[in-house]
Design a protein around this ligand. Structure first.
Ligand code: UDP
Ligand code: MG
Length: 312
């Protein structure tokens, strides 16, 4: 039986040394009857990560089986994870960041949980060292909004660091949609899930590839892929506004019948017009978010393109 480690790498040249050292230590801590398969995915790095990885082949061979996948350009972490899972052959896989922010020391505990019969073992961040207050606050709220709108039991503050059993891997791989939010897929797949809290350390080297806009767009992908609640809001909002305007019309008519027609009202008309115009634009933008995603799906492009695949 083998455990696959799926590790996406984007500009991680300086993290590779410490990563391989940590994996060597991990090999010694894992049960002897569990073989390792290390699947490293280079997501179009521009700092020579791919070459550095190939040079590490002997060190990788010492750990067990290995695969090096090189994507033809930067496709993003989700695509890199998918490429890794597509090629992983283990009875379970652990998704692991290359920067050692997901401590490999935790993996033996994950394996123990898996052998107890849980199909998903989530690494849940207790602390987020190295993340600013703004990132912590938005992440906190994102998971709560996601849960409320998607009705999926997504783990609060779960990272991508998790062990998933082959049954769950196959369920996730059967979802071939382009817009990918893997935390959502894991929750959608169901099965027995358990949490394993850990303190998230700061990055080993280099800097985070996820700035504000990347995270914002990722959050929108997550929300829109797993919920149509934002579309439904407009039905209620539109009904509420229409009802208000009908009652207001009744008031105006009654007033005109009782006291005649008064001319003033320019300001209130402009206010109402601009308010409704704004609401309509927001509503259209929202529909646009879904239409854009439908467009992405119907094109049926591959999720990633491989430039090279080595294994040993
Ligand atoms: N990553 C990737 N492709 C990208 C961005 C990131 O494969 O386009 C990898 C990166 O190498 C790392 C993991 O995804 O292993 C997490 O990225 P990062 O550390 O930048 O994110 P953070 O930990 O700050 O959320
Ligand atoms: Mg990181």
């Amino acid at each position: 039986m083998a455990l696959s480690l799926v590790i996406p790498c984007f500009n991680e040249r300086d993290s590779l040394g410490p990563l391989l050292q940590a994996l060597g230590q991990l090999r010694r801590q894992l049960p002897a009857d569990l073989a390792l398969e290390v699947v490293l995915v280079d997501d179009g790095s521009r700092d020579g990560t791919a070459e550095a990885l190939r040079q590490q082949a002997p060190a990788l061979a010492a750990l067990g089986r290995w695969q090096l996948l090189e994507l033809s350009r930067n496709f993003g972490k989700e695509a890199a994870l998918l490429a890794g899972l597509d090629h992983a052959t283990g009875a379970a896989a652990v998704l692991l960041d290359a920067d050692l922010q997901d401590p490999p020391e935790l993996i033996p505990a994950m394996v123990a949980r898996w052998r107890e019969g849980h199909q998903v073992v989530n690494g849940v961040r207790r602390q987020r060292r190295g993340d600013g207050w703004a990132k912590r606050l938005t992440a906190h709220w994102f998971y709560r909004v996601f849960r409320a709108t998607s009705h999926l039991d997504i783990r609060l503050d779960a990272s991508d660091f998790r062990l998933i059993d082959r049954t769950v891997i196959d369920a996730i791989l059967s979802c071939r949609e382009r817009v990918r939010f893997s935390k959502g897929f894991v929750a959608w797949a169901g099965f027995s899930q358990i949490d394993l809290p850990y303190d998230r350390p700061a990055r080993e080297a280099g800097r985070s590839a996820f700035g504000f806009w990347k995270l914002w767009n990722y959050a929108l992908d997550g929300l829109f892929s797993f919920s149509t609640a934002p579309l439904r809001i407009w039905t209620y909002l539109g009904t509420a506004v229409a009802l208000l305007s009908v009652s207001y019309t009744v008031v105006i008519v009654l007033r005109a019948l009782m006291g005649g027609i008064d001319v003033p009202g320019y300001a209130s008309i402009v206010a109402i017009l601009t308010f409704l115009g704004g609401m309509q634009m927001v509503g259209m933008g929202l529909i646009g978010e879904y239409v854009g995603r439908i467009y992405l799906e119907v094109k049926q492009r591959p999720h990633y393109v491989l430039r090279r695949h080595d294994s040993g």
